[in-house]
Design a protein around this ligand. Structure first.
Ligand SMILES: C[S@@+](CC[C@H](N)C(=O)[O-])C[C@H]1O[C@@H](n2cnc3c(N)ncnc32)[C@H](O)[C@@H]1O
Length: 271
């Protein structure tokens, strides 16, 4: 690594530590916040790489030469990995502190810095039909307007292209940010009460959209898209530790509902 690259790396690591301490410790008061920060320092390998590999495997996607937009680019892990796959990566992200890290990662990984724009998903600063693939991972539950975001992602996606959405399923008895069990089908206020009773702040929870598959399907079914849902083998995932995972196992077995949603929207053209 050159001197300039190691200086950049050190700057990025420092900012990632601050960013994820704020998130895991201050916002979410997770007990294992220290370990979580350590995995985020190497987030390209520990987080983005396995997730992107799943998309390649499930959909037979080859990102090389594709124009890809990462919506809610965060601290850039997914953008870096997609860039390394040979994609022309662009990203939008509204949050200043994430933009600062994105700028440094662009420099470190030789991504043209103007490819990352400070913007919200409800108003994507790109023309119609710009991208082969729109990547939106754990972002839909954080936007201001879910429907507008979906419309914008479809607008900038090329006809025949794919929009990938990964988001929680809030009918499931789990809150993935706070890592807590919830009552099945319970409303947000009951989850907030559960946090208060555990002595944890529910402030971040107020910013989260409790998205569910039926709610999203109603939006998709009114658009010119083919909706492809990936259903993981949830029961097999819970089974080895069924003692500890009795509730999720029972819930999935009873209602056929998994913990997270993995959705691909294929944008259709005129018939
Ligand atoms: C949980 S993070 C996920 C980031 C990244 N995809 C990842 O998994 O590391 C959610 C991201 O969405 C961004 N975000 C929040 N509201 C947004 C909006 N309206 N439009 C676009 N991004 C938004 C946040 O700033 C944050 O970077």
């Amino acid at each position: 690594m050159t001197d300039q690259a190691s200086t950049l790396r050190a700057q990025i690591d420092g900012l990632l530590r601050q960013y994820y301490e704020n998130y895991y410790r201050k916002n979410l008061s997770l007990v294992d916040w220290r370990e979580r920060i350590e995995t985020r320092i190497d987030e390209e390998r520990t987080f983005a790489e396995p997730n992107i590999r799943k998309v390649e495997k499930w959909m037979g996607v080859n990102f090389a030469g594709q124009r890809v937009l990462v919506v809610g680019a965060g601290t850039g892990a997914e953008s870096v990995v997609l860039h390394q796959r040979g994609a022309e990566v662009h990203g939008i992200e509204p949050y200043d502190k994430a933009m600062q890290i994105l700028a440094l990662k662009a420099e470190l990984y030789n991504i043209p810095p103007e490819r990352f724009q400070q913007a919200a998903a409800e108003q994507i600063p790109h023309p119609d039909e710009s991208f082969d693939f729109v990547y939106c991972y754990t972002v839909l539950e954080h936007v201001q307007d879910v429907e507008k975001t979906i419309d914008e992602m479809l607008r900038v996606c090329k006809t025949g292209g794919l929009v990938y959405i990964q988001t929680p399923e809030y009918r499931f008895p789990y809150e993935g940010h706070y890592k807590i069990t919830r009552l099945p089908f319970s409303p947000r206020w009951l989850t907030a009460l559960g946090l208060l009773l555990r002595g944890r702040s529910p402030a971040f929870l107020r910013t989260v959209n409790f998205v569910t598959a039926p709610q999203l399907n109603r939006i998709f079914f009114a658009r010119n898209v083919l909706t492809l849902r990936i259903e993981l083998n949830w029961l097999k995932m819970w089974a080895p530790v069924r003692g500890a995972n009795k509730l999720p196992y029972w819930f999935t077995k009873t209602f056929g509902i998994g913990r997270d949603q993995y959705i691909f929207l294929r944008k259709l053209g005129a018939e």
